[in-house]
Design a protein around this ligand. Structure first.
Ligand code: ATP
Ligand code: MG
Length: 265
């Protein structure tokens, strides 16, 4: 579904992502793992149009998306959540989801300012689209609560609803289980499975190995910006280069498997 070829970006002398050629297959769950600073979030930033690659190409469903701005990437069906929660705590859960939906609506700023019929139609559409997204993440009953009043898990679900409101085909989740307890993590895994069963393709970055190993069909392993291994959870977890990368980063103070879980569990 999404293919990258020789993808790379440099920040000064640092190759945050270097020469990565890989695919995210449709209808599956792909996990991107690697020690802290491996380039995982940068990889998402590159494929979602937040960063412009210095080298290589990004193709989505056969279309070249390299160097396209984020709103064009979103419009083609790639949406993401962020590693740090980016919900609007004072706004209601519904308003948060509506913000996610606006990205896809056609009314421009001028329509909004002049309150044209198209703008009114879009506002209604945003509300309907946002409610559909909240239904998918199980938050319809909380729609009118301030988002900040929800639990950590609830707030993560709001973030996912914001992304789903743009009606993506591919959803990128950056550390969706961060800060969650084991029970919340299991609930999140069930939600991700449901979304995929409904036809969505998911790629996620995650340090919690129980989630990665229990959920992923396919794993990409990044280390110092490079793709050092890929395969099924079983293949990756016994790959010497992967074990080495995690042990090495651990010895240098990297956090392997945040939450106290072994990388090769
Ligand atoms: N905008 C930027 N400017 C300069 N350096 C950056 C920028 N974004 C990322 N980096 C650097 O690129 C490297 C990879 O960072 P990235 O955030 O992608 O790692 P990560 O694998 O997501 O790590 P973590 O598991 O800690 O979230 C790091 O050394 C980081 O400091
Ligand atoms: Mg990151």
């Amino acid at each position: 579904m999404l293919d990258v070829e020789n993808l790379g970006i440099r920040f000064g002398g640092l190759h945050a992502v270097r020469d990565v050629t890989a695919s995210i297959p449709a209808g599956q769950i792909t996990a991107i793992i690697g020690p802290n600073g491996a380039g995982k979030s940068t990889f998402f930033n590159l494929i979602s149009g937040f960063y412009r690659p210095t080298t290589g190409a990004v193709r989505f469903q056969g279309e070249d998306l390299t160097r396209r701005p984020t709103h064009e990437v979103v419009a083609r069906g790639v949406a993401r959540t962020f590693q740090t929660t980016t919900i609007y705590r004072e706004l209601s859960v519904l308003e948060n989801a509506m913000i996610g939906h606006r990205v896809r609506t056609r009314a421009g700023l001028l329509d909004a300012l002049l309150r044209t019929p198209r703008e009114r139609q879009d506002a209604q559409g945003s509300r309907d689209g946002a409610l559909r997204a909240l239904e998918r993440v199980g938050l319809v009953r909380q729609a009118h609560l301030p988002a900040g009043a929800l639990t950590q898990e609830g707030q993560k679900r709001v973030g996912i609803a914001m992304a789903l409101a743009s009606e993506p085909k591919l959803l990128l989740l950056d550390e969706p289980a961060a800060g969650m307890n084991p029970e919340e993590t299991v609930n999140l895994m069930a939600l991700i499975r449901e979304l995929v069963a409904g036809g969505l393709t998911v790629a996620l970055v995650e340090h919690k190995m129980s989630l990665v190993m229990g959920l992923a069909d396919h794993i990409l392993v990044l280390h110092h910006g490079q793709l050092i291994a890929q395969g099924t959870p079983a293949q990756v977890s016994r790959d010497p280069a992967v074990i080495e990368a995690y042990l090495g980063s651990h010895a240098h103070g990297g956090q392997m498997g945040q939450g106290g879980e072994a990388a090769h569990a």
